[in-house]
Design a protein around this ligand. Structure first.
Ligand SMILES: [Zn+2]
Length: 223
């Protein structure tokens, strides 16, 4: 099969269903998109942004890459954040990681996957920053612990972009969040890395880290 006809057929059915359920849906969207949320998530096929939060086209602005990484010099991600913040005026930026993330596993275990190693290196920086604590986590829980730490660190990176800092400086309403999605149960969890102004960044970061530590300390077997 070379034409992917099945996908095109699916699309025709989907568009028909949408239009039947909400007449005029597509022509209304044509005028303007006004999403309230920017989702920065992993490219993993098991974590489809709109589906997980049951939002329709037009309601969620989305950026995805391997292991939901926000790098200070990544023009792609920064441009998405800038467009969402300045032009669309989204009210929330949500960094969403997920359990058992392949990028995080590769980072944790020094697995070579190819060119992407250079990208995953950013997750290794997170691993190295928290190496002392990660060593205390039972091996079976270490991947998910690093998935959560990675969310907290990448959400911190969002807070540290000039785009977000400038928005806060001019009094724009904008809240940064860190969530993790459980592949095993389909549930999103708020990691409490919630920041709505520059001065709150450090406190939120420390509280979110402490919460990750507490969660995985509880996972340790009794002595
Ligand atoms: Zn992933």
């Amino acid at each position: 099969m070379t034409s992917l006809q099945e996908l095109l057929d699916n699309n025709r059915l989907w568009a028909k269903k949408m239009e039947a359920a909400r007449p005029g849906f597509f022509t209304r969207l044509l005028q303007q998109q006004a999403p309230q949320y920017l989702w920065i998530g992993c490219a993993d096929s098991r974590v489809p942004a709109n589906d997980l939060v049951d939002l329709a086209p037009g309601e969620l602005f989305v950026h995805r890459n391997v292991a939901n990484v926000v790098v200070h010099s990544d023009l792609n991600c920064l441009s998405v954040i800038q467009f969402a913040t300045d032009v669309l005026q989204v009210k929330h930026i949500i960094v969403v990681g997920h359990s058992q993330c392949s990028g995080v596993i590769a980072a944790l275990e020094d697995r070579r996957v190819g060119l992407a190693d250079n990208w995953i290196r950013h997750v290794q920086d997170v691993r190295n920053r928290h190496a002392g604590w990660l060593d205390t986590v039972p091996a079976a829980s270490r991947v998910n612990a690093l998935c959560e730490l990675n969310v907290v660190e990448q959400a911190l990176n969002v807070c540290q972009t000039t785009v977000v800092q400038d928005a806060w400086q001019r009094g724009q309403e904008l809240v940064v969040h860190g969530w993790v999605y459980g592949l095993q149960n389909g549930l999103l969890q708020d990691l409490a890395m919630t920041v709505s102004r520059l001065d709150d960044t450090g406190v939120a970061y420390e509280a979110a880290l402490a919460a990750v530590h507490a969660r995985y300390a509880l996972a340790e077997p009794a002595p």
